[in-house]
Design a protein around this ligand. Structure first.
Ligand SMILES: C[S@@+](CC[C@H](N)C(=O)[O-])C[C@H]1O[C@@H](n2cnc3c(N)ncnc32)[C@H](O)[C@@H]1O
Length: 289
């Protein structure tokens, strides 16, 4: 039997983005902007198998069957939305997947000429793309990594365009929470990863407190973890709000079959004029899952 990647939570995330795209195109066709859909971790939508490193580091709590997927992914769903976007940019680092992606795109006869498939690193490509003049352009961007691949510096570039609505899968349980050791002893490579993700080293002070341990021979300062999923969520949303015009306050918590939180599905809008409507639509969609 064919299995889905993560079961329900994958379907929920893809359904949310699709619903947003459907609402977005209806609004944008009445406006003067050229508008694009950008899928920055495009995959192929059919069969995703995690590489060993990602699996071991990020996903020990996933069931074996949850590491494979055979369902229509984000790119197919985006290509099916009508009216069509003016442009589609699909970014995928893996060369083989890119080739497969091109074949899939070719099946969509009515829209294939509007699609660019880029075999590049998402962070690098997006940072460059966001430097263009976006005043006549708008886009919806979906960042759907397996783990902690999205850098805060990329998110900053995205926000700076003031033209992009961003859906982002944030690695709450599979990445961040697992790395936050109880005693605060986090390997420096992992600390760097968290710095890149949050765009600051301040997360450490948010998530750890110093306690005084009194004993017979004096007292000792100890680090203690002072964080749960809600606090990580609240902190990341606070970070997004420092750079985006408006942010959905209640991201969707995506859980696995054992009810362990894996990801947050977050939404943020960059354009000061459009962000209120954008977040209202996103809030509505997120509240329904
Ligand atoms: C979770 S999958 C995407 C699933 C896809 N959105 C779907 O619905 O089918 C993540 C994809 O990102 C790709 N990827 C990983 N790191 C990347 C990077 N730095 N830049 C671009 N693509 C990357 C992986 O090869 C993988 O295909």
């Amino acid at each position: 039997m064919k299995q889905k990647f993560g079961g329900d939570w994958t379907e929920k995330k893809l359904a949310c983005v699709r619903k947003y795209l459907e609402a977005y195109v209806k609004i944008m066709v009445k406006q003067k902007f050229r508008f694009a859909y950008i899928d920055a971790f495009a995959g192929t939508g059919y069969r995703e198998i995690l590489d060993e490193e990602t699996k071991q580091m990020m996903f020990p709590e996933l069931d074996e069957h949850e590491t494979e997927s055979f369902l229509k992914g984000s790119i197919q769903r985006a290509l099916e939305v009508k009216p069509h976007f003016d442009k589609y940019i699909f970014i995928e680092k893996d060369k083989n997947k890119c080739d497969e992606l091109k074949n899939i795109v070719n099946e969509y006869m009515d829209v294939k000429d509007r699609v660019d498939v880029k075999n590049v690193d998402a962070n690098e490509y997006l940072s460059d793309l966001c430097r263009y003049d976006w005043s006549k352009h708008r886009a919806v961007l979906f960042l759907d990594p397996f783990g902690m691949q999205v850098k805060w510096s990329t998110i900053e570039c995205i926000a700076r365009t003031q033209a992009i609505d961003m859906w982002l899968l944030f690695p709450l349980g599979i990445g961040v929470s697992r790395l936050l050791k109880n005693d605060g002893q986090i390997k420096s490579a992992m600390k760097n990863k968290l710095d890149d993700l949050f765009g600051t080293k301040e997360w450490f002070n948010e998530f750890y407190k110093i306690t005084i341990d009194d004993h017979l021979f004096g007292s000792e300062e100890k680090l203690e973890k002072d964080v749960d999923f809600d606090k990580i969520t609240e902190y990341f949303i606070r970070r997004l709000k420092t750079i985006f015009s408006k942010v959905a306050e209640k991201p969707a918590k995506l859980v696995n079959s054992k009810n362990n939180p894996l990801f947050l599905l977050c939404f943020a809008a960059g354009n000061p004029k459009g962000s209120k409507t954008a977040v209202k639509i996103a809030d509505y969609i997120l509240s329904g899952i």
